[in-house]
Design a protein around this ligand. Sequence first.
Ligand code: 1GP
Length: 246
Amino acid sequence: MKIAENILKQVHQNGPLHFALLDPDKQTPKKAGELAKSAETAGSNAIMVGGSTLLSQKQVDETVKAIKKETMLPVILFPSAAKFLSSYADGLFFMSLLNSRNLDFVIREHIKGAFFVKKSDVEPISMGYVIVEPGMTAGKMGEVDLVKRDDIETAVGYGLSAQYLGMDFFYLEAGSGSPDPVPDEMIKAVKENIDIPLIVGGGIRTVKTAKQKACAGADIIVTGTAIEQESDVKQALKAIVDELKQ
Ligand code: 1GP
C-alpha cells in the first residue's frame, strides 16, 4: 500500500498518529538510526527527516540509510530545498510553504526536484505547509509572512486553500523548538473546516501538550526537539504515543 494511503487509513482507524522528526544536522547518522529505533519501539507511525540548516545531500542520504537499517517505519523526507532529496527514503512531503514571500519555497525548489522524484522510487506526498508565530528558524529561513497566533481566519483560509489546490495533507507549524505550539483554537477551527488530515508540530515536548493538540483536532503530532533532548528517548516518546492512543 502506498504511504499516503496507509497514513490516511491509519488516521481514520487509529488516529491521532505520531511522527518523529529527525534533523540530520543534529546528530550522527548512527545516532539517528538509534533514535528512529526508539521511536519505532515507542509506537511512532513514521520517521520524518529534515531540517532548516542542512549542509549536504550526503548528510541526508547517510541519515536515511542509517534509519532504514534500524527500522521498518516509513521514512519520509521533510525537505527545505531540492538539493536535500534522498533516493533512499520511502516518501517525500512534496510540500509548498504557502506563506513564504520567496517563490523558491512555494514552487521553484519543487521544479528543481521534480525530475529527481520521478526517477526515484520515493513517493511524493502532497502537503500544504504553513508557519505560525513565532516560526523560529524555519520562519526566518523560509522568509515567511508568519500567521499571527490570533489570526484564525487566515489559518483556516490556508487550510482550505491547500485542500482546494488538491493537497493531501495540511501542516500547521510553530517552528522547531518554539516556546509556544500552535494555539488550540487555531487547530480546532482549521480541523472543523478542512477534510484533509491536519499535521501539527513545533514546540510539542510533553505528553500533556501532545494530548492537548490532538484533542484540539490534530490528526498527526510531530515531535523533534523532544527526541533530541530527552535522556530516555524511548520512554518519553512512548508516554506521548500511549497518551495519543487513549
Ligand atoms: C519542526 O514541527 C517540527 O518542523 C518539530 O518541532 O522540534 O519543536 O518538536 P519540535
